[in-house]
Design a protein around this ligand. Structure first.
Ligand code: FE
Length: 212
């Protein structure tokens, strides 16, 4: 992953210390319980996270009709899958998928703040909220993508999708070559959050998997 939009290490530890102090104060004042923060974190570890997006992408790769439905009505198509409850809430009501391929590469961004499709991707990384990323992502997406390690040929069109409270985008990346014999679960394991944000491609498996 890119070091490009990574904050200084101290910023991380300073934020962590601030969060711990705030949590302790809120517990002391009786605003939250002692397990409230763990409950929220657990939600994003087990219920809402990129593991959901990866399953959706894998299904789209093996089932072109599903892929089509996913693009046309994302929440409705997602509801077909046996995913954890809550896909329709917590920022999930207005999700929309865009697919890479056919000469198009998609990049998601929130120019205003940090809108993100939580149910399928979890919480956004630090750099997604970075004003520099948000500004440059729309102004010079090709240059930004190149710095992320995704140099796109000139004949590939780049589309930038600005998420908001109304629509939260995610990307269906292209299925890599050499994955013909893989199961849906094996395919899902290849899909990274970055690929569903459009700042990475899905890498083919290290060992080609034999068909059949
Ligand atoms: Fe936002």
């Amino acid at each position: 992953m890119t070091e490009l939009f990574k904050y200084e290490d101290e910023r991380e530890s300073e934020s962590a210390a601030r969060v711990r102090a705030l949590e302790a104060l809120l517990i002391e004042k009786g605003v939250i319980g002692s397990d409230s923060v763990d409950t929220v974190l657990g939600h994003f570890e087990t219920i809402a996270g990129p593991f959901n997006g990866a399953r959706i992408v894998a299904r789209a790769w093996v089932d072109p009709a599903f892929r089509q439905r996913l693009i046309e009505d994302t929440p409705k198509a997602i509801a077909e899958l046996d995913l954890p409850r809550g896909m329709e809430g917590a920022e999930g009501e207005h999700m929309a998928a865009v697919a890479n391929g056919d000469g198009v590469h998609n990049l998601i961004i929130c120019t205003l703040c940090s809108c993100y499709p939580w149910p399928v991707l979890g919480l956004p990384p630090y750099w997604y909220k970075d004003p520099v990323f948000r500004a440059r992502g729309v102004r010079e997406p090709r240059a930004v993508l190149k710095e992320f390690g995704v140099p796109l040929p000139d004949d590939i069109q780049v589309k930038v999708w600005d998420s908001s409270a109304q629509i939260r985008w995610f990307v269906v990346p292209e299925r890599p070559a050499g994955t013909e014999g893989m199961s849906e679960a094996e395919l899902a394991a290849l899909v990274t959050p970055e690929s569903m944000m459009g700042v990475a491609l899905v890498a083919p498996p290290a060992q080609p998997v034999a068909a059949g």
